[in-house]
Design a protein around this ligand. Structure first.
Ligand SMILES: *[C@@H]1O[C@H](CO)[C@@H](O)[C@H](O)[C@H]1NC(C)=O
Ligand SMILES: *[C@@H]1O[C@H](CO)[C@@H](O)[C@H](O)[C@H]1NC(C)=O
Ligand SMILES: *[C@@H]1O[C@H](CO)[C@@H](O)[C@H](O)[C@H]1NC(C)=O
Ligand SMILES: *[C@@H]1O[C@H](CO)[C@@H](O)[C@H](O)[C@H]1NC(C)=O
Ligand SMILES: *[C@@H]1O[C@H](CO)[C@@H](O)[C@H](O)[C@H]1NC(C)=O
Ligand SMILES: *[C@@H]1O[C@H](CO)[C@@H](O)[C@H](O)[C@H]1NC(C)=O
Ligand SMILES: *[C@@H]1O[C@H](CO)[C@@H](O)[C@H](O)[C@H]1NC(C)=O
Ligand SMILES: *[C@@H]1O[C@H](CO)[C@@H](O)[C@H](O)[C@H]1NC(C)=O
Ligand SMILES: [Fe+2]
Length: 460
């Protein structure tokens, strides 16, 4: 009798609800203390006033522009970047930077340069050089192919990186992948604000740390809470001051009024970046921008539609639990309506992959508060596991909610390989401390061209 009731209950539960067969990984990361790498770990390049902290990001809507940024520590000059196509080193072009600097409490920044170069050839290797005479430094990058529906492209995904030895492992593991062409960065860069007085020398050190990757391929920036740097107790009232001086993005090219939300097209992807730390309620600029942005996405041109933001909407960790909820309520119906393929978030210092679920039926009176399987909904990926000073978020809620397919409390990064308009292959790589190990893989099917159900198991 009891057995029969239990079976009936299980049966009822399985029709009301659904089950993805979620898995909580039993990999246990060794818990060393996460300290930031020592001050001398990434010293400035040699030479008087040598340019440092070189970084690039996409500089226009379609991928024919690049913003090249660097810091000269002592003098405003040199403010010129020279660049040329690999095959045309007798045809060099120059671009002038816009120079800025700022003070933060008792810190005074170097001269921060941003030069936008435009009308580059697609799919072409460029060299660029900054500095003069003995301090000249040369780098290179490859422009993306022309935007189009079947253009394969490989993105790396990194979040919450910081600057510990774990951060260095994450970055080295990512860089060991020679196929990855650009990084989608999910916010929380330097964690300078975890140091007394938000010691902004930690922003400089971070710039020197990540240069080995970001001087050679664009990182697409998302704003996290560690970029706010709001510290009225030391007289710092302007949110995002260090971040917005140091990291520029092409927000005007997508008619945005703020660097914290914008979009770009790259190869076969349309990428929308949102800000968890800017207003998003009805009538706010971010709300109005997203409302007009989503209908403009042309899936025949860019089949893949991704959203990047910092604070996850579906997160079953007790850390930062439900912090993304009010933004989910504000925007989730639009993302489902426009069949967003994937939503990438950071913030929670662990890894999690959801099934395709939505929770848009709920209103304040109907009680339908459980997420349900929804073929039009995105997959939610939490990749806040770069390995920063705050350590790993190792407290998942139990039982694992049915929307959660795989979760693991350790550090790592992800790779997304777009194959064509229908298929993309995804891998999350755990830092098995000093070695990357592929620990979660999935085929994602495009929501517009191939909205079939994906296998819903954890493939470890
Ligand atoms: C970062 O990792 C690289 C590659 O393993 C290593 O050579 C370098 O010493 C590391 N840097 C620090 C400061 O740990
Ligand atoms: C800023 O002030 C703090 C606290 O007084 C001090 O430790 C630090 O050395 C100062 N930094 C600079 C650049 O003056
Ligand atoms: C750098 O080189 C230029 C031309 O080669 C020269 O005129 C200038 O004096 C040099 N500057 C320094 C600081 O060596
Ligand atoms: C969408 O993109 C396709 C392919 O580039 C193009 O033919 C079509 O005109 C575009 N549609 C709109 C509404 O712009
Ligand atoms: C809430 O949902 C119920 C059930 O679907 C529906 O009858 C009701 O009209 C909804 N209320 C609002 C304010 O949308
Ligand atoms: C895990 O989170 C729960 C819920 O917030 C809390 O009660 C518990 O103390 C946490 N456990 C640890 C080890 O932090
Ligand atoms: C798209 O890529 C997938 C995975 O590589 C492949 O199986 C499929 O045949 C491709 N589709 C087309 C139309 O080439
Ligand atoms: C992970 O690291 C441990 C300890 O170094 C090692 O024993 C284990 O084989 C590694 N696992 C994989 C899958 O590489
Ligand atoms: Fe965060």
């Amino acid at each position: 009798m009891i057995m029969k009731s239990i079976i009936t209950l299980i049966f009822l539960f399985s029709i009301v609800n659904f089950c993805y067969g979620g898995k909580t990984s039993d990999y246990v990361r060794q818990q060393w203390p996460s300290a930031d790498m020592s001050k001398g770990s990434f010293p400035p390049p040699s030479g008087y006033n040598a340019p440092e902290q070189v970084h690039i990001t996409q500089g226009d809507k379609e991928g024919r522009g690049m913003i090249i940024s660097w810091v000269t520590p002592l003098k405003r000059l040199p403010n010129i970047v020279t660049y040329w196509e690999e095959s045309k080193d007798n045809d060099k072009q120059m671009a002038k930077s816009r120079v800025t600097h700022y003070k933060y409490f008792n810190y005074s920044s170097g001269f921060i340069h941003h030069a936008t170069i435009e009308n580059l050839q697609y799919n072409t290797k460029y060299f660029y050089e900054i500095g003069i005479n003995g301090t000249a430094r040369r780098f290179n990058f490859i422009t993306p192919p022309e935007v189009g529906p079947d253009v394969p492209y490989t993105f790396g995904i990194i979040g919450d990186l910081g600057q510990t030895e774990d951060s260095n492992h994450t970055l080295e593991h990512y860089m060991a992948n020679k196929n990855a062409q650009a990084v989608l960065f999910l916010g929380d860069l330097s964690y300078a604000d975890d140091h007394p007085y938000h010691n902004n020398e930690r922003w400089d050190q971070w710039g020197r740390f990540v240069e080995k990757s970001v001087a050679y391929q664009p990182w697409i920036w998302t704003t996290g809470n560690h970029e706010i740097d709001y510290a009225p107790e030391i007289g710092e009232h302007v949110p995002f001051k260090p971040y917005t001086h140091r990291y520029h993005v092409p927000y005007k090219a997508s008619q945005s009024s703020s660097p914290h939300w914008y979009s770009i097209k790259r190869a076969s992807a349309h990428i929308i970046v949102l800000s968890s730390y800017s207003a998003y309620g009805k009538y706010t600029p971010q709300y109005e921008w997203l409302k007009q942005e989503l209908p403009k996405v042309n899936r025949s041109e860019t089949p893949w539609l991704f959203v990047l933001l910092h604070s996850p909407w579906y997160n079953s960790n007790n850390y930062h639990y439900m912090e993304g909820e009010s933004m989910r309520v504000a925007f989730e119906p639009w993302l489902v309506e426009h069949k967003v393929d994937l939503v990438f978030a950071g913030h929670v210092h662990s890894y999690e992959r959801s099934g395709r679920v939505s929770n848009v039926r709920y209103n304040i009176t109907n009680g339908l508060s459980m997420p349900i399987k929804d073929a039009s909904a995105p997959v939610y990926l939490t990749i806040g596991d770069g390995g920063n000073i705050e350590g790993v978020a190792n407290n998942f809620s139990e039982p694992q909610p049915s929307y959660s397919i795989f979760r693991e409390a350790s550090f790592g990064h992800a790779i997304l390989e777009i194959k064509n308009r229908t298929h993309a292959f995804y891998t999350w790589h755990r830092n098995n401390n000093t070695k990357p190990v592929a620990a979660d893989t999935a085929w994602f099917y495009n929501r517009y061209f191939y909205p079939h159900e994906e296998p819903d198991t954890a493939n470890v």
